[in-house]
Design a protein around this ligand. Structure first.
Ligand code: ADP
Ligand code: MG
Ligand code: MG
Length: 993
């Protein structure tokens, strides 16, 4: 129940400042800069008034009043009643009607409006001020009995719902008011509300009022004054309703903001066939195309358009139906877009052929539209390149890269009850395929030309080729950084993980979910953007951008032919990222380990490979057997024989990678995972392998068991393998250097090689491995009669390595933060098992974010900053990067900036995102002497619901900051010659806690 409608109770406090802001022909107090005080809706109504646009007059009660109301348990500040009365008198003068008059009544709408638009706040009440006397006056004045009773009917219904809290029944969803309406229409054999006569409506209003009396025990308030204060109280009260609180905590909106209340003179779209109401966007919000886009309904009011009561018409048909209003609307929308310098979303009403504007705000848009609009507006010289870069949320670029389901397909599938369950949306996009329960069947089916969806409880490195062959991956267990999610993203696969409802019996080849049973070969579809799983097949297509980039990546692709027949969105995407690249200091590399992944990465703009996981290469058909023979070999001779088989295979892989990457740096990590991951597990494979190796199966069994580890992640892996089995490192180094020499010979250009030793915790470990690598290099160079420059460095992925980075840097020529393992080892949480309790930890707010998804600045970040500082002290020009999954997370990338890393490395499909995210911080260099000692200098809002903040890191030179545009002038490191680490950097992100 809303608060009871009564006059405001004064708290006895003096008003702090102006409480009520009028807008209208007799004077407008506010403007768009007062958004914090007037809310978005109020500030923009005032601004439109100032621009001379047709806005019905009204006033806004400030958000300060809301704060007061909330703090003082529903009391208003002193003077509010008087100010509201005065503002109301002003509207009366402006429109020539009187509030509460029975001859010529002024009707108003009461609307909420916070700084950012907030679903969950109180709905709007229209036509407030009507009662039994006023409705008669309205009928006489408008010469339409029907219109007056239609307005009254709407008012009573809205007020009862919104202010008096007479909501629909929770369980049945039955709304008593709608029932009355529907019953009357049924009895009269009518389809649409517009067919109801004045008499029908009069009867309906009477019924409505008796429902109110029955349910609340009090009659419907007749006094317009009481109605008004009832509605105002309900708006302020709704700031603290459960829906609003939940929305705020999800979106990190401070509770202290409060909402404003807007009271606006009514204009009527339901006055007859020459009136109507609509909503429109100045550009297409889903494609970004520059065309005026909208919908409207004639003879309708308020939300009728969105409520789906009748099918609305496309806004262009207004040209015929109401030419004068159409021309005016076109003029207004152009003017608004130019004024706000961004795509606007507007609400309008046509009253008897005359246009009125009721709202404007920056329009919400898809990622695709965001890119296109930003780039188009630069071309139109409306905004600068840097503004364009800030307007696109890096995360939203994913939408441009993933295959898509058509919306109609999704709607149909949901309506048919084909939605089975939901998991985590680990790899965005859409995929339909036939179920395969093992990597092997996936590969076989894919080889036969089938689209395959790999469905497993969880995946392991053994499944890599099956994953590669599948269009999508669906798992029942695991989190956002599980093997399936990580590898899926690197491959750009659509991926839904941790769908706990799935009961997978891989042996029986059945999947049970939602009471249905599927077997291998059945069609299932997954939407990696929402995590939804559907029965059956939904058609997909690759996104335009990917189609274009991958054709460009192929030799002789479209780019090379010189002819550009790119779609506007592909062009815009390319252009935006080009601007980001030009402004960027932080480099972006990709985690890739196959030649085709490398070509893709380059097409997506990667400037190198930051992590090439050599073990992924071992899972190829011929290779895995040789790897197993190498691991299981008992004598030096056996092992050398197995390594000799592997050498040419690895060399071929590296050649492909070097060819794809050209002169760009390629960081290759020596073998890292525990050996047991490569071992055959099932009896049949062991027997076959024993036969191939010419040994007894029993012996193989024994060896396999002896390699078993309790805790493989902390076991015999990383450089520990290279230390105990130096021949592996030696073989890998040889393969790398031979490939590099061969490519140099073939192409005349030397590859840029960086060899990275994993899981180092002491300098001595690295010394031993580096020595091996260097010795092997010398041998190969002598054999090949050429030298290739190369670096040997290490991953920093153990806390000990971070703490002793100064020591390790004496040997290491570069560092790369392996933040997956570093997070794992810092927290002491196994990434593979964390899924069991991490959700509870997030729920309990023990962790603010999943540390495997967003870098933990306080703990892991502290270790990183120690390592970076000590490393640079020992070796000033040392290259430092990051190659964990965090390299593709915008918030983590921002942190990499504060450490002044040289590059971030992420999966190829995250590269465009990283290019954009990596640009912003480095380029927003602002300097102001007065801010020297503050840590957080400014928090300012850019556009809802995103915020930007600036962070002081200390600097020495100061151009002025323009407060007028509320954006900060920017200079890059290079142009102002400021020492790195000595700037104030601005970036996107959430408001810092
Ligand atoms: P929301 O924030 O949910 O969009 P609004 O306050 O903007 O709510 O209003 C809901 C609907 O009522 C919109 O279609 C708006 O155009 C219409 N409306 C609001 N005030 C008036 C008014 N004074 N005259 C006519 N229509 C109005
Ligand atoms: Mg609105
Ligand atoms: Mg690691």
């Amino acid at each position: 129940m809303g608060p009871s409608p009564k006059k405001p109770v004064r708290s006895g406090l003096r008003p702090r400042s102006q409480l009520v802001y009028s807008f209208g022909p007799l004077g407008t107090d506010g403007d768009k800069s007062l958004r914090d005080l007037l809310g978005g809706k109020g500030a923009n109504l005032a601004e439109m008034c100032r621009l001379g646009l047709p806005v019905p007059p009204g006033f806004t009660i400030s958000t300060d009043v809301c704060a007061h109301f909330v703090r003082r348990g529903g009391r208003y500040p002193a003077g509010l009643e008087k100010s509201v009365a005065a503002a109301l008198r002003k509207i009366e003068r402006e429109v020539g009607k009187r509030f509460g008059d029975s001859e010529n009544p002024l009707l108003v709408s009461v609307r909420s409006g916070a700084r950012v638009s907030m679903p969950g706040m109180m709905d709007t009440v229209l036509n407030l001020g009507l009662n039994d006397a006023a409705v008669a006056g309205l009928a006489r004045r408008s010469r339409s009995e029907r219109f007056a009773w239609d307005a009254y009917r709407r008012f009573v219904q809205m007020y009862a719902d919104v202010v008096l809290g007479l909501k629909a029944e929770r369980e049945t969803g039955a709304d008593p008011f709608d029932e009355v309406l529907e019953r009357t229409k049924r009895e009269r054999g009518m389809r649409s509300d517009t067919e109801l006569s004045a008499e029908d409506l009069r009867g309906i209003v009477a019924r409505f009022k008796s429902i109110v009396l029955e349910r609340t025990g009090a009659p419907f308030p007749e006094s317009p004054e009481a109605q008004l204060w009832g509605a105002i109280g309900a708006v302020f009260g709704s700031w603290n309703n459960a829906r609003a609180i939940a929305y705020r905590s999800m979106n990190r909106i401070p509770d202290s903001w409060g909402t404003a209340v807007n009271v606006v003179a009514m204009v009527f779209g339901n006055l007859g066939p020459t009136s109507g109401t609509g909503v429109a966007f100045t550009r297409d919000p889903s494609t970004g195309e520059k065309r005026f886009y909208g919908e409207y309904l004639m003879n309708a009011q308020g939300e009728d358009v969105v409520a789906g009561i009748r099918t609305p018409l496309s806004v262009e048909t207004l040209e015929r139906e109401s030419p004068r209003a159409w021309r005016e609307l076109l003029r207004v929308q152009k003017l608004l877009e130019r004024h706000y310098r961004d795509m606007q979303d507007v609400e309008f009403t046509i009253e008897d052929g005359r246009l009125w504007m009721l709202q404007c705000r920056t329009g919400k848009r898809t990622g695709i539209a965001a890119v296109r609009i930003a780039v188009d507006m630069v071309r139109e010289r409306r905004i600068t390149r840097r503004e364009a870069l800030l307007r696109v949320d890096p995360e939203s670029l994913d939408q441009l890269l993933q295959p898509v389901f058509a919306q109609t397909e999704l709607d149909a599938a949901r309506a048919d009850g084909r939605l089975l369950t939901r998991g985590l949306n680990a790899g965005p996009g859409a995929a339909s395929g036939r179920i395969a329960f093992s990597a092997k069947t996936a590969r076989e089916a894919a080889a036969g030309g089938t689209s395959v969806l790999l469905v497993r409880n969880e995946t392991s490195p053994e499944d890599i080729l099956g994953m590669q062959a599948s269009v999508g991956i669906l798992t029942a267990r695991g989190g956002m950084t599980s093997h399936a999610a990580l590898v899926g993203r690197q491959m750009g696969k659509v991926c839904v993980v941790g769908a706990g409802d799935l009961e997978i019996d891989a042996a029986a080849r059945t999947l049970r979910v939602d009471g249905k049973t599927f077997t291998g070969g059945d069609w299932v579809s997954i939407d990696g953007s929402t995590g939804e799983v559907f029965a059956g097949r939904l058609s997909t297509r690759p996104s335009e951008v990917v189609a274009s980039l991958s054709s460009a990546a192929r030799p002789g692709g479209s780019r090379k032919t010189g002819k550009k027949r790119e779609t506007p969105i592909v062009q815009a995407f390319g252009e935006l990222l080009k601007w980001a690249d030009e402004a960027r200091v932080l480099k972006v590399r990709a985690n890739a380990d196959q030649p085709d992944q490398c070509s893709n990465a380059v097409a997506f703009g990667a400037e190198g490979v930051g992590l090439c996981r050599t073990e992924h290469m071992f899972f190829g058909d011929a290779k895995i057997d040789a790897v197993r023979e190498m691991i299981l070999a008992e004598s030096e001779a056996e092992r050398e024989a197995a390594l000799a088989k592997l050498l040419p295979l690895q060399r071929a892989d590296f050649e492909g990678i070097f060819l794809a990457m050209g002169p760009r740096p390629v960081t290759i990590r020596t073998l890292d995972p525990p050996l047991h991951e490569f071992l055959p597990q099932d009896e049949a494979t062991i027997r076959k392998l024993a036969k191939d190796m010419g040994v007894k199966p029993e012996r193989l069994h024994f060896t396999v068991e002896s390699l078993h580890e309790q805790n493989p992640m902390l076991g015999h892996r990383g450089c520990r393998l290279g230390i105990t089995r130096p021949e592996i490192t030696r073989m890998q180094a040889r393969a790398i250097f031979e490939a590099a020499c061969d490519v140099a010979k073939k192409t005349g250009k030397k590859p840029n090689v960086e060899i990275m030793i994993p899981l180092v915790g002491t300098k001595r470990e690295l010394d031993l491995q580096a020595e091996l690598v260097r010795a092997t290099a010398e041998i190969v160079f002598r054999e090949k009669k050429r030298r290739i420059p190369y670096l040997v460095g290490t991953m920093i992925e153990l806390p000990r390595a971070a703490l002793l980075a100064g020591e390790i840097a004496k040997t290491a020529e570069f560092f790369s933060f392996g933040t997956n393992d570093l997070t794992q080892t810092t927290y002491g949480i196994s990434r593979d098992d964390g899924g069991k309790f991490l959700p509870a930890y997030l729920e309990e707010k023990i962790y603010a974010d999943d540390p495997f998804a967003t870098l933990d600045r306080e703990g892991v970040g502290r270790l990183m900053s120690i390592a970076a500082a000590e490393g640079r002290k020992a070796r000033p020009k040392m290259k430092i990067g990051i190659c964990g999954e965090h390299g593709g997370d915008p918030r983590s990338i921002e942190f990499c900036h504060t450490l002044e890393l040289d590059y971030v490395s992420c999966s190829p499909f995250r590269v465009p995102l990283a290019r954009l995210a990596a640009e912003v911080p480095s380029h927003s260099v602002v300097r102001r002497p007065s801010l020297c000692r503050t840590t957080w200098t400014a928090i300012f809002e850019r556009s809802e619901p995103r915020f930007s903040w600036l962070r002081w890191t200390g600097c020495g030179a100061w151009p002025a900051v323009s407060s007028e545009t509320r954006t900060w002038p920017t200079t890059s490191h290079r142009t102002h010659g400021c020492k790195r680490s000595n700037d104030l950097r601005g970036t996107r992100g959430a408001v810092p806690a």
